[in-house]
Each structure stands twice: as structure tokens, then as C-alpha cells.
Design a protein around this ligand. Structure first.
Ligand SMILES: [Zn+2]
Length: 280
């Protein structure tokens, strides 16, 4: 299925992807090399892409430094490139990213009771929305380790809670806990396809899938066909980076640029694989 590569708003791009039965890949980057690799992959595949940053990456590099680097890459790119903040628990940091050039921010207060989750999310929507920046929210708790966020147990999202959360917060994209997990899977996940199917028909709130690394191709296709519009992939990029670095370092060459080139290539190929999978 073809999808336009003209730059639209972040939310329009997600809704268009969903209506074309494809999903946009959202890839967690951690420095210039990984960000460039994601952009290069999207250009080679001629697809829009989302560059995602964890709050840990933002804090390490700096909001303004990272924002301006990513905006520069996005503006130079031959395909639409969107910048998204992943799992932010701090409303103030989310607002700083809104001001520093992000197209979308995820406010994650999912470990709070629903009322409190709604209250905190609304505060960020009230700031981001008039500034043309989208907000993603989470209902239920997605299991696993995502940078400095550790969730031992999943708290599955219910349809009723998710709808209430969407309606009361006015968010632009929803990440319900449907049984997928961050990090590698130790056993086959049990996924709530029914919830994805129900939420996949919402007119105005695309569904986001977290914990993309390690799901089977069939699981991805099934979820995308049911309406998932954005798939987050983080662990696979870290894996590509570290494995490549390990191999290179064993050769003890004093060539940091060559190391960067190899890492860029490994991440680019990983990202291309996912973009193809999400587009077929
Ligand atoms: Zn996540």
C-alpha cells in the first residue's frame, strides 16, 4: 500500500498510515549516528518515520542540543521525519521538549490511579495542543524495562478506562497495555487483540504499540491490520549498536569514525527491516 511522503502533521500522518493498513515505525535513537541511521533508512525506503527519544537521552544530551540536532536532520530529510518524546514522567520536561522542536510527546503517568493519570496528562495536553504538538498517553502499565522506567508487572488496560482517558484528556494517540513488553521477550506474550480491534476504529485517536522488539512478523501484521498506527522499536537498535561495537573493538583498531560508520549501517539495516515489515 502506498502512502504519501508529503509532510503532514504528526497526527494526520498516523491516521493516514492506519487508514492505509500500515504503521509508522518509531525508533529510539541515542546520539547523532543512530538518528542519522534512522533518517537514512526512511529515505532509502521512501517512507515517513518517527525518531523517538527517551527522557534519559534528552537529559544526557540536553533538550536544546538534541532538539536542534533532530530538527536539523528532520528538515534536511527527503521524507517526512517526526520527532517524538517517549515515556516522559515529568510534565515540565515534556513542556521543554514541546518548546524545543518535538512534534509529539508521550506523557506516561500510567502507574498513577486513572484520575491522577488523567489530571497530569490533561496538563500537558493544555500546554502542547495550542503549540501544535501532539500528546501520546498510556493506560494500564506496560511491563518491562524502558531506560530508567521499570515495571515488574503488567496492569492490563480495559476498554472502559481507555475510552474515558482518551475522552477526558483529549490526547492525540493512545498506548494501551495490551500484553506486549519492553525489552526482549522471555516467553510468548499473550496479546489482547480484541482491545486493539475496538480502539483501532476510533475516529480521532490512533493506537500505538510499545514493546515492538521480538514480536513475530505475523503478530505485527495482525496488530497493524486491526488498527495499530505506530510501532515503537527500541531494544533492536541498542542490540545492533552494541553487537557491532563489540565485534569492532575486538579488532583493536584506532578508528572511531569507522566504528561509527559500522554502527550506522547496522542500525540502518535494522530499521529498514522494520519499515518494510510495517508497510506490507
Ligand atoms: Zn514504551
Amino acid at each position: 500500500m502506498s502512502i504519501s511522503t508529503k509532510k503532514k502533521s504528526y497526527k494526520e500522518a498516523l491516521l493516514e498510515a492506519r487508514d492505509s493498513k500500515i504503521a509508522l515505525g518509531a525508533f529510539n535513537i541515542f546520539n547523532f549516528t543512530s538518528a542519522k541511521a534512522v533518517v537514512n533508512a526512511a529515505e532509502e525506503e521512501n517512507r515517513p518515520v518517527i525518531i523517538q527519544t527517551s527522557t534519559k537521552t534528552v537529559k544526557q544530551i540536553g533538550v536544546k542540543e538534541l532538539g536542534s540536532m533532530l530538527r536539523f536532520l528532520a528538515e534536511q530529510a527527503k521524507v517526512p521525519v517526526y520527532i517524538h518524546l517517549d515515556h516522559c514522567r515529568d510534565p515540565e520536561l515534556a513542556k521543554q521538549c514541546v518548546d524545543a522542536g518535538w512534534d509529539s510527546v508521550m506523557l506516561d503517568a500510567s502507574d498513577e490511579p486513572l484520575e491522577e493519570n488523567i489530571r497530569i496528562t490533561k496538563e500537558v495536553v493544555a500546554y502542547a495542543s495550542p503549540r501544535g504538538v501532539a500528546v501520546e498517553g498510556e493506560v494500564g502499565v506496560i511491563k518491562g524495562v524502558e531506560e530508567d522506567i521499570v515495571a515488574e508487572e503488567e496492569k492490563p488496560a480495559t476498554y472502559e478506562d481507555t475510552i474515558r482517558y482518551i475522552n477526558e484528556t483529549g490526547i492525540d494517540a493512545i498506548a494501551p497495555a495490551i500484553g506486549t513488553a519492553h525489552g526482549f521477550y522471555k516467553k510468548k506474550p499473550s496479546i489482547n487483540y480484541e482491545l486493539v480491534e475496538k480502539l483501532g476504529t476510533l475516529k480521532d485517536c490512533p493506537v500505538v504499540l510499545h514493546g515492538g522488539t521480538g514480536l513475530s512478523d505475523e503478530t505485527f501484521r495482525r496488530l497493524i491490520n486491526l488498527g495499530v498506527a505506530k510501532v515503537n522499536v527500541s531494544t533492536a537498535l541498542k542490540h545492533a549498536c552494541i553487537n557491532t561495537a563489540k565485534e569492532f573493538l575486538e579488532a583493536s583498531k584506532l578508528e572511531p569514525l569507522e566504528l561509527d560508520q559500522r554502527i550506522e549501517k547496522a542500525i540502518k539495516e535494522t530499521v529498514q527491516g522494520y519499515i518494510r515489515l510495517f508497510s506490507n
